[in-house]
Ligand binder design. Structure first.
Ligand code: ATP
Ligand code: MG
Length: 581
C-alpha cells in the first residue's frame, strides 16, 4: 500500500461514523439554528437519575452525548436528574461521576474551549421549576386537581377512550395558586392535591391529557434536605432542565418519543414567560442498547446483588460500568464498541461477542504476553540435569521487540496444561502423547515417554526426554520440526495464583425479553476459580494490569482483591470468539 493510501485509510477509520443525529446537527450547523453568543452550537447532556449504578446501556448514551460534543467542538453536561427523593443517594452520584471519568469523558471543559465545570443537579433548579409552575397557573396553563388518585386514573381514559375533564379543571387561577402555595407550605398530605398542566383530556397522546407536573411528597432529599415537600414530575422537570442549561440537542431513548409533544409544550410556555432562552432545545430519540446474555435494568441488576447471585455491583460478571471495569475491559474498548454499534432508531439486540471483539482489538497490540498454566499437570524431563535451571526468554510483545524480553528458567520439573497430554491421542492431536515430540515454547523439544497414574488411573505426571541442542533461538533448533508447541512454567520458579474464569451470567440470550423470568435463567457455572501457576516475572504485577496469557486469553489483575505479590487474575475474554458455542 502506498503511503498516501495508508493515510487515507487511517483518516477514514478515525472519522466518526455518520448517523442520523450527526445529519440533524449538520443541518442545524448549516442553518445556524444554535448560533449564540459565547456558547457552542452543540450542547448535549447525559442526565442520569442517581438511583443506581451505570450500566453498559448508559455507556452508550455517554459515548454518544460526550462524543457528539467532542466532535462538534461543543460541550456535554453531566446532569443529575435528582427529582425523585426517595430512591436517590450520594453514593450513586459519586459512582456515576467516577464511571463517566473512567470511560474517558469530562464535564469540565478545557480552558481553550471556554472552560467551565458543567456538572449540574436538577435539584438546583427547584426554585425555578416552582416559579415556572406559578406562571403556568396564572397564565391559565395549569390547575390544582383535588381528585382522588383512583378518580384521576379512571378519568384519564385509555387508548380507545378519551379522558374526562376533572371537576376541578375550571377552578380559578387564584384558587389554584392559593392551593399550590399551601401545597408547598406543607399544609396537605401526600396525594391530597396535584398540579396538572391544562392541555387536552381528549388528546390521542395520553401524555398530553393534563399530565401531572407537581406532586406532594413529604420526603427527605439527599441534597435539598427537608426544604421541599412538593417535587416536580420527571416529564415537567426534564425539558426545563434542558432549556435552563441551553441544551441544543437533547438525546434520549425511543420510549420517550410520545413524551416529545409535552417536552415542546412545556418549554414553549417557559420561553413565552421569559424563564428560558431561545433557541430552545429539541429532543431526538434513538434505540436503546440491548445486549445478548445481559440484563440492563437497574431494578433487575439490584435483584442480582441483593439475592447474592453476584458479589456486588462491581462483580466482574455485572454489565455495570464498575463491573465491566473490574472484569478488565478498557475505556477504549467500550468507546470503540459504542462507535461500532452505531445509533439507530430501530430496536435490536447486539451480540455480546461484539463487545469482546472490541476488547481483543484494543488489547492485542498493547497487552504484554505472559505464561500461565491454568490446570496444572507435572511434566518431568528425565534426562534433564538434576537441580539445574537454564535461563530462557520470550518477547514481552511479539510485534514490539523494543519492549524487551521476559526472563524465566527451565528445569527438570515443569507444569503444563492437563489438556496438553493425552495417553491415547485422538486423531489430529499434535501435543504430548507417548512417542510424540513437541516444542516447549521458548525452551526445548521433548519427546514423551509415558506417564504416572494414581490408583484411580488418573494421570499425575508425564515423563519425557529433552534434546539439549534444540533450544529455541539457537542454531540447532532449526533441525527439529514438530507440530505441537505447548506452554509451561518451571515448577522451581513459577508462582501459584488464583485465577477466575468468567462465563456469561445467563443461559438465555435474551434473559430480559418479554415474559421471561431472568432469575430462572442463571448460568450456574458463570464463575470458576482455579489455582494456577504463572511465570515468575509476575511477582510484582500491580492490581488492574492487563495482559495476555498465551493460548488462553486476556486477563487483568483484579483491582479489588489483588495486592502486589499476591495477584488475582480475572479472565476478561478468551483469544477467540467461543461465545455461544
Ligand atoms: P434503568 O431503566 O436501568 O433504570 P434509566 O433509563 O432509568 O435506566 P437513567 O438514569 O434515567 O436510567 O438514564 C440516564 C440516561 O441513560 C438516559 O438518557 C437514558 O436514555 C440512557 N439510557 C439508559 N439505559 C440505556 C440503554 N440501555 N441504552 C442507551 N441509553 C440508555
Ligand atoms: Mg430513567
Amino acid at each position: 500500500m502506498s503511503n498516501d493510501n495508508k493515510n487515507k485509510t487511517a483518516a477514514a477509520e478515525a472519522a466518526p461514523v455518520s448517523n442520523f443525529l450527526r445529519a440533524i446537527i449538520d443541518n442545524d450547523q448549516a442553518a445556524g439554528t444554535y448560533q449564540r453568543d459565547g456558547m457552542p452550537s452543540v450542547i448535549t447532556r447525559f442526565p442520569p437519575e442517581p438511583n443506581g449504578y451505570l450500566h453498559i446501556g448508559h455507556a452508550k448514551s455517554i459515548c454518544l452525548n460526550f462524543g457528539l460534543a467532542r466532535d462538534y467542538d461543543g460541550r456535554c453536561h453531566l446532569r443529575f436528574d435528582d427529582t425523585n427523593p426517595e430512591k436517590e443517594d450520594q453514593e450513586y452520584v459519586d459512582s456515576i461521576m467516577d464511571s463517566v471519568k473512567w470511560l474517558g469523558f469530562d464535564w469540565q471543559q478545557p480552558a481553550e474551549n471556554g472552560g467551565g465545570n458543567h456538572l449540574y443537579f436538577a435539584s438546583d433548579y427547584f426554585d425555578k421549576f416552582y416559579a415556572i409552575a406559578e406562571h403556568l397557573i396564572t397564565s391559565g396553563h395549569a390547575y390544582v386537581d383535588s381528585q382522588s388518585a383512583e378518580d384521576m386514573a379512571a378519568n384519564r381514559g385509555d387508548f380507545s377512550k378519551p379522558g374526562v375533564n376533572s371537576p376541578f379543571r375550571e377552578r380559578s387561577a387564584a384558587e389554584s395558586l392559593d392551593l399550590f402555595r399551601r401545597m408547598k407550605a406543607g399544609e396537605f398530605k401526600d396525594g391530597e392535591h396535584i398540579l396538572r398542566a391544562k392541555i387536552d383530556m381528549a388528546s390521542p397522546n395520553m401524555n398530553m391529557r393534563d399530565p401531572a407536573i407537581y406532586r406532594i411528597r413529604h420526603a427527605h432529599h439527599h441534597r435539598t434536605g427537608d426544604a421541599w415537600c412538593i417535587y416536580p414530575m420527571y416529564d415537567y422537570a426534564h425539558p426545563l432542565e434542558d432549556a435552563i442549561e441551553n441544551i441544543s440537542h437533547s438525546i434520549c431513548t425511543l420510549e420517550f418519543q410520545d413524551h416529545r409533544p409535552f417536552y415542546d409544550w412545556i418549554i414553549e410556555r417557559a420561553a413565552e414567560g421569559g424563564f428560558v432562552q431561545r433557541p430552545v432545545p429539541r429532543q431526538y430519540e434513538f434505540a436503546r442498547l440491548n445486549l445478548t446474555y445481559v440484563v440492563t435494568s437497574k431494578r433487575k441488576l439490584r435483584k442480582l446483588v441483593e439475592d447474592g447471585i453476584v458479589s456486588g455491583w462491581d462483580d466482574p460478571r455485572m454489565p455495570t460500568v464498575v463491573g465491566i471495569r473490574r472484569r478488565g475491559y478498557t475505556p477504549e474498548s467500550i468507546q470503540a464498541f459504542c462507535e461500532r454499534i452505531g445509533v439507530t432508531r430501530s430496536d435490536g439486540w447486539i451480540d455480546y461477542s461484539t463487545l469482546e471483539g472490541c476488547l481483543r482489538e484494543d488489547l492485542d497490540p498493547k497487552a504484554a504476553r505472559a505464561t500461565a498454566v491454568l490446570r496444572p499437570l507435572k511434566l518431568i524431563i528425565d534426562n534433564f540435569p538434576e537441580a539445574e535451571n537454564i535461563a530462557c526468554s520470550a518477547p514481552v510483545h511479539p510485534h514490539h521487540p523494543e519492549r524487551g524480553n521476559r526472563e524465566f528458567t527451565i528445569g527438570k520439573e515443569l507444569w503444563i496444561e492437563q489438556e496438553d497430554f493425552m495417553e491415547e491421542p485422538v486423531k489430529g492431536y499434535f501435543r504430548l502423547f507417548p512417542g510424540n515430540k513437541v516444542r516447549l515454547r521458548y525452551g526445548y523439544v521433548v519427546e514423551c515417554t509415558g506417564c504416572d497414574k494414581d490408583e484411580n488411573g488418573k494421570v499425575i505426571a508425564v515423563h519425557c526426554n529433552y534434546f539439549a541442542d534444540s533450544k529455541s533461538g539457537t542454531e540447532g533448533s532449526a533441525n527439529y520440526k514438530v507440530k505441537g508447541n505447548i506452554h509451561w512454567v518451571n515448577a522451581a520458579d513459577a508462582m501459584e495464583v488464583e485465577v477466575r474464569l468468567y462465563d456469561r451470567l445467563f443461559t438465555d440470550a435474551n434473559p430480559d425479553a418479554g415474559g421471561k423470568d431472568f432469575m430462572t435463567l442463571l448460568n450456574p457455572a458463570s464463575l470458576e476459580t482455579l489455582r494456577a501457576y504463572v511465570e515468575p516475572g509476575l511477582h510484582n504485577i500491580a492490581p488492574d494490569t492487563r495482559l495476555q496469557f498465551e493460548r488462553h486469553g486476556y486477563f487483568v489483575t483484579d483491582r479489588v482483591d489483588s495486592t502486589v505479590g499476591k495477584p488475582v487474575f480475572n479472565r476478561i475474554t478468551t483469544l477467540k470468539d467461543s461465545f455461544g458455542k
